[in-house]
Write a protein that binds this ligand. Structure first.
Ligand code: DCP
Ligand code: MG
Length: 462
């Protein structure tokens, strides 16, 4: 029995272990933190679902290893030739002429709250509630406290943690102020969320060459709302760079091929945007942990993964990324998400849904775009994701039009779980094609909805 317990605990630790792939979480006492997380959440539905997901990934890995065992030398050399051809084509198209900046605010919600209450500056603090945290400041991160962790677990990790409730209106105002600054440097900057954006400053740099010295001097205001910037020749690299010297730092990767190749060599694959826990594990099973390993195993990857995946891996291994920030109207997606305490009251849920539609309508109108499909995506009691979509006969753009559809989709979900209440914890939005897809994603636990996003993505083809 004891041995079984020990085995289960080891399994549990592997699944629930602290996700420390986040700035400010290096060098923590993982064993101690994991023990507390484990003791606080063992046996929960969340754990059961994580276990199920883990088993699914393990099965995928088993199938992949079986497939690998059957690969012939001939298949491998054919794939190798294909990879080499594509590598040289990509190399010829390498563009090092642009200067791309990725900006990401440090501990964004926490920084705004600290601005309004400077006493919090030196204290470990987080924004959210006992049931869910949206973010934590860098002091709290040292205790293992991070976003998407329930506040009650965070309190066990850090008894002195101050938890401040979320105030989205404030974060939206700050975000708008920050975006005004971005527009000075690149009027076509691409916002990714309230606190994150890509800018192409190449034209700005060209223009300022002619400016007098005084104008070209940038005065640095140091305060508690830090910003991390990553400067690189493409978007993929800029995103990695902005995380490198967080908080309040920047990292510039020079625009030359050798610097890019050197930078990518030892970079763990997990640092690349788009490579998550599952891909990291699948690659790990093949002995691939760094970007240079990716390059070395490309032929194998071309045989084991889909074309889209291995093309993506090849780009990463060469340090290639997008050098052209998609301008208005070419943009594929726009998103915002929210985490809050528990929300059980129907009126509150509908009014939040309306608020999200309002945000969405504003964003759509700003760019003269319209929505055609409205999707409600939900994660149920067992953390299984469901989607509900409705396509309209003609594209819409106003709050009322969007809400008319989103409301019906939400109501259907509420009716589905009735007579139990649907209790929300997070709602957000992302928009789809202009034509557009309004996508409400929700997660709930027991009868408690833990998260929801509305998505609207637009593209030129529709
Ligand atoms: N957010 C959230 N739920 C999450 C992740 C983030 O509500 N699971 C919110 C709160 C964050 C904001 O989005 O302040 C920005 O997200 P980031 O991932 O950029 O996190 P921070 O800005 O807080 O910290 P960092 O300094 O690591 O960027
Ligand atoms: Mg941030």
């Amino acid at each position: 029995v004891h041995r079984d317990c020990a085995k289960n605990n080891i399994k549990y630790l592997k699944i629930m272990a602290l996700n420390d792939n986040k700035a400010g979480m290096e060098g923590l006492n993982r064993d101690k933190i994991n023990k507390i997380i484990m003791e606080s959440s063992k046996g929960s539905r969340f754990y059961e679902n994580e276990l199920k997901k883990e088993q699914q990934v393990n099965q995928r890995i088993e199938r992949m290893m079986l497939q690998k065992a059957h690969i012939t030398e001939q298949q491998l050399s054919k794939a190798q030739a294909q990879v080499e051809k594509m590598t040289s084509d990509l190399e010829r198209g390498r563009d090092l002429s642009r200067v791309i900046v990725h900006v990401d605010m440090d501990a964004f919600y926490a920084a705004v709250e600290t601005r309004d209450c400077p006493d919090l500056m030196d204290k470990p603090m987080a924004v959210g509630s006992m049931s869910m945290l949206s973010t934590s400041n860098y002091h709290a991160r040292k205790f293992g406290v991070r976003a998407a962790m329930p506040g009650f677990i965070a309190k066990k990790l850090c008894p002195n943690l101050v938890i401040v409730p979320t105030n989205f209106d404030k974060y939206r105002v700050v975000s708008a102020e920050v975006r005004e600054v971005f527009a000075d440097y690149d009027p076509h900057f691409l916002p990714m969320s309230l606190d994150e954006a890509y800018l192409d400053i190449s034209d700005h740099l060209e223009q300022r060459r002619g400016w007098p010295e005084a104008l070209r001097t940038h005065r640095l205001h140091t305060n508690n709302t830090g910003t991390a910037r990553g400067i690189a020749p493409n978007m993929m690299l800029a995103k990695v760079c902005s995380d490198k010297n967080k908080p309040n730092g920047q990292y510039r990767l020079p625009s030359n091929r050798q610097a890019v190749i050197d930078f990518i060599q030892d970079l763990p694959v997990r640092k690349i945007s788009g490579i998550g826990k599952v891909t990291e594990k699948m690659l790990g099973a093949l002995g691939i942990t760094s970007c240079s390993h990716l390059g070395q195993e490309m032929a194998l990857l071309a045989l084991l993964f889909s074309e889209t995946s291995w093309h993506h891996f090849l780009h990463i291994s060469m340090g290639l990324g997008s050098t052209h920030i998609e301008r208005d109207g070419e943009r594929k997606s726009m998103s915002t998400e929210r985490t809050f305490g528990e929300m059980g009251a129907l009126e509150e849920q509908f009014s939040l849904c309306k608020e999200l539609c309002q945000d969405l309508a504003l964003d759509l109108q700003k760019e003269a775009l319209k929505a055609k499909t409205v999707t409600l995506k939900l994660k149920n009691v067992n953390f299984e994701v469901k989607t509900r979509a409705w396509t309209l006969p003609c594209a819409v753009a106003t709050t009322e039009e969007l809400f008319a559809v989103a409301k019906d989709l939400l109501k259907t979900e509420i009716d589905n779980v009735s007579p139990q209440p649907l209790r929300l914890r997070l709602m957000g939005n992302l928009t789809l094609p202009s034509p557009v897809c309004l996508n409400v994603v929700s997660h709930w636990q027991e009868n408690t909805l833990t998260s929801a996003f509305i998505y609207v993505v637009h593209n030129n083809n529709i």
